[in-house]
Design a protein around this ligand. Structure first.
Ligand SMILES: Nc1nc2c(c(=O)[nH]1)N[C@H]1C(S)=C(S)[C@@H](COP(=O)(O)O)O[C@H]1N2
Ligand SMILES: [Mo]
Length: 220
């Protein structure tokens, strides 16, 4: 297979082959067409609004704990030092609040949910997670969505410690679902067999909450 005049031997083709080998121009961003980046019914904001039930708990690092329980091989009860000792990850993602604001390109640092699940080891019967926070808030989502590649247990935003109003010292961020699924001041992750409704899900909001399908409210 050595015909000197095949297009495969042109200068451009060989540079393109080299680019492919080097991964040139790869941004590492998820390929969603630009026109679909903003979900239907959403508008962009530059600031970052604060939304919660109005009870912002003050949590000291000394007393902070994160429990992982339910359908796991190894239940965890982590101190702040234990949590910091887990591999730290950085992710950049957009957030979409059901009240119609979206904010692009948030830089998060913390523990990827996959790295935490690797320690707890979900049992095969685990299909969903119920999250419970220090303010009594709860929310539910499928385990597969909690374990999404870009889901992260955040302790830092834009290079600074996550502030208490946004859920510091630690909150969840699951960028592909409406932001009410991203529990602030997370205290406990319970792996459960079947879906159960959390706080907003019992109050008229959707059990799943996909922004691109506008799953804002429950159907009934
Ligand atoms: N613990 C807790 N987490 C929560 C909430 C809450 O009231 N308590 N509100 C949810 C809602 S409705 C939204 S839109 C986001 C808002 O996060 P922010 O205040 O950092 O913008 O947090 C979510 N996580
Ligand atoms: Mo919200």
């Amino acid at each position: 297979m050595s015909d000197d005049n095949t297009p495969a031997d042109s200068k451009l083709t060989s540079s393109k082959r080299r680019w492919a080998a080097e991964g040139k121009f790869l941004t590492g961003r998820i390929a969603r067409p630009e026109t679909e980046r903003l979900p239907p019914g959403q508008h962009l904001v530059k600031n970052w609004p604060v939304l919660d039930l109005g009870q912002q708990p003050a949590i000291s690092m000394e007393s902070w704990r994160l429990d992982v329980g339910g359908l796991v091989e190894t239940p965890l009860s982590l101190s702040w030092a234990d949590f910091q000792a887990i591999e730290q990850s950085t992710k950049v993602s957009d957030i979409h609040c059901v009240t119609t604001w979206s904010r692009y390109d948030n830089r998060w640092k913390g523990v990827s949910t996959r790295d935490l699940l690797d320690l707890a080891m979900p049992k095969p019967q685990a299909g969903y997670v119920m999250l419970t926070s220090y303010d009594g808030y709860t929310t539910n989502l499928p385990l597969a969505d909690f374990a999404a590649e870009d889901a992260i247990l955040v302790t830092s935003w834009e290079g600074l410690p996550l502030t208490p109003d946004h859920g510091g010292p630690m909150r969840l961020v699951v960028p592909h679902l409406y932001f009410w699924k991203s529990a602030k001041w997370l205290r406990r992750i319970e792996l459960i067999p079947d879906d159960e409704a959390g706080f907003w899900e019992k109050n008229g909001y959707h059990m799943y909450g996909d922004p691109w399908r506008e799953q804002r409210y429950s159907d009934d």
